[in-house]
Write a protein that binds this ligand. Sequence first.
Ligand code: CUA
Length: 369
Amino acid sequence: MHVRRWLQRGLAIAASVPLIAACEFSGPQSALDPAGPVAQAQRDLFVWTLWLSVPVMVGVFGVLLYSVLRFRAKNAEDERAIPHQTHGNFKLEIAWTIIPVILVILVAVPTVRTIFSTEQRVEAGPDDLAVHATGYQWWFKFDYLDHGFTTANELIIPVGTRVVVSLDSADVLHSFWVPNLAGKRDMIPNNDNQVWFVADAPGTYYGQCAELCLGAHAYMRFRVIAMEQPDYDRWIASFQNAAAQPVSADPLVERGRALVAQKGCVACHAIDGYRPGTEVGNPDFPSLTNFGLRTTVGAAIADNTPENLAAWLRDPQAMKPGNYMPTLWRADDPNREDEIEAIVAYLLSLGRDGQASGQLTLGGIHGGQ
Ligand code: CUA
């Protein structure tokens, strides 16, 4: 009977081993797969603490297991008997006081050192990229302070440059987190938190709001896209020239441009170069300037393809429940699909016209699947 019970427990433990082994250490959003010095220092600290705790765990569980097996009651008489009482073993008391003190020192010194090296406040200098990030329910706004333009949900950075991000929120608490690049940092209204990091290699790094902010919190994502300097310079130039970008001659694009006003999009979404000489949009909604260069739709919940963009326009609530984008067409509106097609063509043309290659070179997804 006993043998069978132990066998069952042994099997349960054995069955869980492949589950633990399946844990992903190098996924696109893994803090254990650093792509820059800040994340590297934080990972090294975690790994050091982990290895330090392994002998403690083995020792404690080993003694526990030994005691349970060695001293268990073997018959009814054992169960009634009071075990031999001991107290005040001087050598043991000294040992289990000194060992934890040493362990705490071994954890505390590198922890404090890492906190000071990665979380100290820095002043953005001329060699840094200074960005002001604002969290909104449920998207991210990025103001490029040195260049004077704004974008949404995608933070484009040059490789090897320190990026200094001042963090703010327009409503509730959010948290800025790109696990491959740096630890999470809260975005608090009227509080000037800061995070800084460097990306070592070109690539796409997934970010996520890490503070429960109601509604579509789980869909409040963003991407940090690190580019080689020449690609980054082209991207910057494209934004700086957005207001003067040539108007496409494609009739579908021109129809989409007209619809963007008729359907009311421009009341919320700013689009530099929408019509030369017209101001459109509200800074508290995602800017669509150069939307054709974006890789995602709906705060990084889907790839920016014509199909996904059309699905987003057709029924934003179906793709991202709770967001503030209204549904612009009734389901039985006979013009719906035609109009969506034109708006998609217009939005995807933004930033792509007038560029020799049509698309910027993007690195692969870090830890990609
Ligand atoms: Cu913003 Cu969660």
